[in-house]
Design a binder for this molecule. Structure first.
Ligand SMILES: [Mg+2]
Length: 125
């Protein structure tokens, strides 16, 4: 195990912060509105996090498909969206959305599918 202490230079931290602020500035120019529904705001952050997740997985297992620069860009975009989410903490309206019932899962249909033996009523709706 590597126990060597590594320090991050103040300059590199400043560079990251500058890039995140620049990304927030560009994003708010391009998309000046932000969801008032906190779950939709979280979905925006989640979309960026998903892209960061993909970039890191690809750099790990399929390095020809991405680059360190791509990972860095996605990390900056994720941080920027986290900042936008935080910038609106006093504006969110926490309200449950409309819900609907779902059909009860019919295991006989699933078991019939496994046997490739669909009941007549299922195939005809
Ligand atoms: Mg992205």
């Amino acid at each position: 195990m590597n126990t060597t202490k590594q320090t991050v230079s103040e300059e590199s931290i400043k560079t990251v912060i500058d890039q995140v602020f620049s990304e927030v500035r560009n994003a708010t120019e391009k998309y000046p509105t932000w969801p008032t529904d906190p779950l939709r705001a979280l979905a925006v952050l989640g979309e960026e996090y998903g892209e960061l997740n993909k970039a890191i997985l690809q750099l790990t297992y399929e390095p020809s498909k991405t680059s360190h620069a791509e990972v860095r860009m996605e990390a900056i975009q994720t941080a920027a969206m986290a900042l936008r989410l935080a910038m609106s903490l006093d504006r969110y309206q926490y309200a449950p959305c409309r819900q609907h019932s779902q059909q009860k899962l019919d295991l006989t249909v699933i078991r019939a599918r496994e046997k490739d033996d669909f009941p007549e009523y299922y195939e005809n709706g």
